[in-house]
Design a protein around this ligand. Structure first.
Ligand code: AMP
Length: 374
């Protein structure tokens, strides 16, 4: 039988697993929420999506949908009262309304990691305190501080909005002094972070899941390839350089997750450089570079996230194939994506978005290469 709303009480440790039939609240209505809801349904849970956008691809596959502002305490409280546990698929959810009702909800992961992940400067400082290396960085609270900040980190540099940036949005490369001219306006006239441009050989992510009782499991770290700041490919094996840096990167991600008492899937992105792994950013959620785990791992990132937040045992994260590639279907590439249907051991996921736009993630395909298939 399903448990009553909030039966676990505010902030209390989950003493037993959430019964099948219980409702999981998901803040955010995009493709990550959609894939979480599909995994939850398989385990017998109901999902309630909360999103400010009417057009939600997660709501299409969920039992309940609230379309309201994240800022509305009343709406967020009413939503929370109908859920046994709440999670998020989007790290830019406003934190204040969640903190105001924190004693009435079981939120996994919690609000502290959201505060850190929403602020690139706070994130880099936090990682530094955990012994992680980051790009050199300087704060740019106002336009007048821009040139001083860039000279601190050196040119070439990269400017990023300190908050609300994702998929390379709100970023600008500075290749010479002249690029500083209209940089403040071009990045939206808001506080920035200036970062030194890291010379990396490859990019990779650490994908881990931490259970309610502190058990941690890892998926193999994929090599990630970006185009214009957007992930285009993730592949495995990731190659000797990434493999040699994986352990150090995992140690950092694990120590962060442990400090925060994190529950769920946690992702950290890294640059693999000659000087070792350099932390780029964290995502307190399931991640695009883990989509291959749906077919490429015994337990997907989506299922393990649901298991973790519901207090269930974690599933096996072993690989199911020797080699794999996940390719994002971005913009109007859906037709090309459909070709995946005629390939052997290639798995197509379309997110059900009605309208394709430049840079919009419409789906992905995962190609597996198993020895038995030659
Ligand atoms: P982000 O939104 O910070 O993940 O940046 C998107 C992508 O831009 C990264 O995956 C890198 O490919 C590139 N990038 C971001 N920051 C840097 C940096 N400091 N040095 C070199 N490349 C970067």
């Amino acid at each position: 039988m399903a448990r009553g709303p909030n039966s676990f009480g505010g902030g209390k440790a989950l003493v037993s697993a959430l019964s099948p039939g219980s409702t999981i609240g998901i803040l955010g209505g995009g493709q990550l929420g959609r894939m979480l809801a599909i995994a939850a349904a398989q385990l017998g849970y109901r999902c309630h999506i909360f999103s400010p956008e009417e057009d939600s691809v997660a709501a299409e596959v969920a039992a309940e949908f609230t379309c309201a502002s994240y800022e509305s305490i009343n709406e967020v409280s009413a939503f929370a009262a109908q859920c046994e546990v709440i999670t998020y698929e989007f790290e830019n959810v406003p934190v204040e309304p969640l903190k105001r009702i924190a004693d009435k909800i079981l939120l996994r992961p919690g609000t502290r990691v959201l505060e850190i992940a929403q602020d690139r400067i706070a994130e880099k400082k936090f990682v530094g305190e955990h012994g992680g290396k980051t790009a050199r960085f300087a704060e740019v609270p106002q336009e007048i501080r821009l040139s001083e900040a860039v000279s601190q980190v050196g040119i070439p540099a990269i400017l990023k909005t300190n908050r609300m940036g994702y998929d390379g949005k709100g970023q600008l490369r500075i290749n010479n002094e002249n690029d500083l001219g209209n940089a403040w306006r071009r990045t939206g006239g808001q506080p920035l972070i200036a970062e030194s441009l890291v010379e990396f050989d490859a990019e990779f992510s650490v994908l881990l899941v931490r259970s309610a009782n502190g058990e941690v499991r890892y998926w193999e770290s994929p090599k990630n390839t970006h185009d214009n700041g957007i992930l285009s490919w993730s592949s495995l094996p990731a190659g000797p350089l990434i493999e040699s840096q994986q352990a150090e990167a995992r140690r950092l991600a694990t120590s962060i997750a442990e400090t925060l008492g994190y529950v769920g899937v946690f992702t950290c992105e890294f640059f693999a450089t000659a000087a070792g792994p350099i932390f780029n950013e964290m995502a307190p959620r399931v991640h695009n570079s883990g989509h291959w785990t749906i077919e490429g791992s015994v337990t997907s990132q989506f299922e393990n996230h649901i298991r973790a937040i519901c207090g269930l045992p974690l599933g096996d994260t072993a690989l199911t194939a020797e080699r794999m590639e996940m390719e994002n279907i971005i913009g109007d590439a859906r037709e090309r994506g459909m070709n995946a249907l005629s390939e052997q051991d290639c798995h197509l996921h379309l997110y059900g978005k009605q309208e394709s736009r430049e840079g919009r993630k419409m789906g992905h395909s995962t190609r597996l290469y198993r020895e038995s298939h030659g």
